[in-house]
Design a protein around this ligand. Structure first.
Ligand SMILES: [Zn+2]
Length: 239
């Protein structure tokens, strides 16, 4: 399957939090969209790798993505080394996405920045034909997406581009809330509360989307950064 858009982020739920509206928008427009989670989020304070897997599947079906895979790198301890890079290269060459969105280069959770550098490095290497990889015994072709972007999650980062997700906010919210062990937890729940399980977190996520939206005069938006100057072929597509 060839993908138009691939969101490749480190923890199940990063894709929903940073790009859920954009994912839902492109699914609605008939693009092929996928998510690859690099880890199973097994170090999360609440829930387990198994509950996260079930929640991620539920969120994927709410968003309507065409595929979701997990590379099962070690949460918290994965490295930007040859082994991790080759896993990502194999996946990128398999799905040949036009656009890849990954984590923020700098964020509260150190995994986010490390994953972002890892994915960015692997995307470059994926385009080098002398790096040989195979899939099901067949040699893969070199492939590099034409655009890679970083989403914005916890830390406020000045975006390079904003996407109007007003019509897709409710799908994004539903997909986030599919992670029932992580967000909007009930107060008498037996597990320890965290800053993301407190209902204030969802309120601030919505506030962030509204604040970003306000700067382009729409109700809700998601922001992205790019490591290159972004170009368009049609100024009339800009709002
Ligand atoms: Zn995360």
């Amino acid at each position: 399957m060839k993908l138009d858009l691939l969101v490749m982020t480190v923890h199940p739920d990063d894709a929903e939090l940073g790009a859920g509206g954009t994912i839902a928008k492109y699914v609605a427009e008939g693009k092929t969209v996928g998510i690859i989670d690099l880890t199973r989020g097994e170090l999360g304070t609440r829930g387990t790798a198994e509950t996260r897997r079930d929640e991620a599947e539920k969120a994927a079906s709410i968003l309507g993505v065409h595929m979701r895979e997990n590379l099962a790198l070690r949460d918290g301890f994965f490295r930007n080394d040859e082994e991790s890079q080759l896993q990502i290269i194999r996946a990128v060459r398999k799905y040949q996405p036009e656009i890849v969105i990954t984590n923020a280069l700098d964020d509260r959770h150190p995994d986010h920045g490390r994953a972002s550098v890892l994915v960015n490095d692997a995307l470059f290497l994926s385009g080098l034909r002398r790096i040989a990889t195979t899939l099901d015994g067949k040699e893969q072709e070199a492939f590099r997406p034409r655009l890679q972007l970083q989403l914005i999650q916890d830390k406020y980062i000045q975006p390079d581009i904003l996407m109007d997700i007003t019509a897709f906010w409710s799908i994004k919210e539903k997909a986030i809330l599919a992670y029932t062990t992580q967000f909007n937890a009930v107060a008498d729940d037996a597990e320890p509360q965290t800053y993301i399980s407190n209902p204030d977190f969802m309120e601030s996520t919505k506030g962030r989307a509204a604040e970003l939206g306000r700067s382009i005069q729409v109700r809700y938006a998601e922001g992205f950064t790019a490591r290159k100057i972004l170009g368009v072929t049609d100024l009339f597509h800009l709002i």
